[in-house]
Design a protein around this ligand. Structure first.
Ligand SMILES: C[S@@+](CC[C@H](N)C(=O)[O-])C[C@H]1O[C@@H](n2cnc3c(N)ncnc32)[C@H](O)[C@@H]1O
Length: 265
């Protein structure tokens, strides 16, 4: 298992086609409430030049531009995500205001000290090398400015076997406790400014940008996802997704899994 998978152990992130992108749109960790918590606590404003690493479908890039009128660029390792991000921005009439390009969190194609704020929502663990991902964010942000990330959290008393079980279904190398995240940040020589740990089933429902339903997918969305997964992965792919959703929701409900957000600098 590598970090370069997508919640289904056999699908590589770079290969996920445009239809699968929707799968990620339902996994915006902490929902837009958390994106705005970050913005408020990082003091985002219209004069800032911002980078969103692992931008997925451009959710936060569009949200931040529309609210703060900032200069913002999103990068993602998957070209299909970038193309969906561009489409989303165009549909919102801001296609010429925001920027997207394909890129790797572990090797950002930007000069040192290029941005006023650098964000990563849900792509630190997925990148497979948290230290390198954080160091790259730190490298491209201007001295004295903040970086922030959001990632999966596991409760401190969960044993290694169970952690590995959950990580496998989330398609990630490992799950970390709050203490382990803080240790990684320290090892990257970054100072924590503020943190926010979310627990409980509400934080799963909040992943939906429009927080209208008690679940991750509607029937129509499930059908759409299932059709694309069936054609790409066959029946096994569908069983994987159903299993992942069930395990994931149960773990959040039991407060075994949570969401960790940190602003550091
Ligand atoms: C869980 S999704 C989150 C997307 C978006 N940040 C959001 O919150 O809506 C994780 C995203 O990280 C991207 N990703 C994973 N590893 C990456 C890497 N090494 N470099 C850039 N993007 C990466 C994936 O392609 C995916 O779009």
């Amino acid at each position: 298992m590598t970090g370069m998978t997508a919640g289904m152990n056999n699908i590589s992130l770079e290969k996920i086609g445009e239809d699968y992108c929707d799968f990620f749109d339902y996994f915006h960790p902490g929902g837009k409430d958390l994106s705005f918590w970050i913005a408020d606590n990082a003091g985002i404003n219209g004069n800032m030049k911002i980078l969103d690493v692992g931008c997925g479908m451009g959710t936060t890039v569009c949200l931040y531009y529309q609210k703060y009128n900032c200069s913002i660029t999103g990068i993602d390792i998957n070209p299909a995500m970038i193309s969906r991000s561009k489409k989303r921005a165009s549909e919102k009439g801001i296609g010429d205001k925001v920027h997207f390009k394909t890129g790797n969190a572990l090797n950002l194609e930007f000069e040192d000290n290029s941005f006023d704020f650098v964000l990563n929502e849900g792509a630190i663990t997925l990148s497979g090398n948290p230290h390198k991902a954080i160091e790259e964010m730190k490298r491209v942000v201007k001295p004295g400015h903040s970086i922030a990330f959001v990632d999966e959290l596991v409760r401190h008393d969960i044993n290694e076997k169970k952690k590995a079980y959950y990580a496998r279904y989330l398609g990630i190398d490992t799950l970390r406790t709050e203490k382990q995240w803080l240790q990684i940040i320290k090892e990257c020589n970054v100072e924590v400014k503020t943190t926010n740990s979310l627990w409980g089933i509400d934080s799963v429902y909040k992943m939906r940008l429009e927080n209208k339903r008690k679940g991750l997918y509607s029937f129509g969305e499930k059908m759409k996802l299932f059709t694309s997964i069936l054609s790409g992965e066959g029946l096994k792919g569908i069983f994987d997704v159903v299993k992942i959703e069930t395990i994931f929701i149960k773990a959040y409900r039991e407060r075994t899994l949570g969401t960790f957000a940190v602003i550091a600098g």
